[in-house]
Unconditional design. Structure first.
Length: 164
């Protein structure tokens, strides 16, 4: 996490002593990033998997609606966008960087896996995961105050996140 590198700068200094490559996983849609963070924090569920043995993983899950704070929504979205830029700056100047975009990975994970393995200079190997999405794609299904969120975002640079 970015906060760990900021609060413990020795971590990044230690890592830069080695010729490492970094994979930065980002999500284009900052609104869905915020929703994912809020639902995970509220439920404690971060993963759906039949095989992952973690306290934050479950085998099945019915998503629950959440409500985003309308007074802080714009600043939280801006913070998420800024966080991605900070990661690019921090990691990109210290390591060879591969940026893996979540939305691209979901669309074509086989192609993205090949690109990632090429970047890492490892033999190509089919990768599989039984992880499933925690939240539905339709914002109306997960946001209890979708109408309010839509009104706030319309006409802003974040409006595009309502439709992706």
């Amino acid at each position: 996490m970015l906060s760990h590198c900021k609060s413990r700068p020795y971590i990044l200094r230690l890592l830069t002593q080695y010729e490492l490559k970094a994979v930065l996983v980002i999500r284009r849609n900052a609104l869905k990033t915020l929703i994912s963070r809020r639902t995970a924090a509220a439920s404690g569920v971060y993963h759906i998997s039949d095989t992952l043995k973690a306290k934050s993983a479950v085998r099945s899950w019915n998503a629950r609606q959440i409500y985003l704070d309308s007074t802080s929504l714009l600043s939280e979205l801006q913070s998420i966008v800024s966080e991605r830029d900070q990661w690019r700056s921090l990691v990109g100047k210290s390591f060879e960087l591969f940026e893996l975009v979540y939305e691209d990975y979901v669309k074509d994970h086989d192609s993205m896996n090949r690109k990632l393995q090429t970047f890492l200079n490892v033999n190509e190997y089919p990768l599989e995961s039984d992880l499933k999405k925690v939240n539905p794609d339709k914002l109306e299904q997960i946001l209890g105050n979708f109408g309010e969120v839509r009104q706030i975002l319309e006409g802003t640079k974040f409006e595009e996140f309502l439709n992706t």
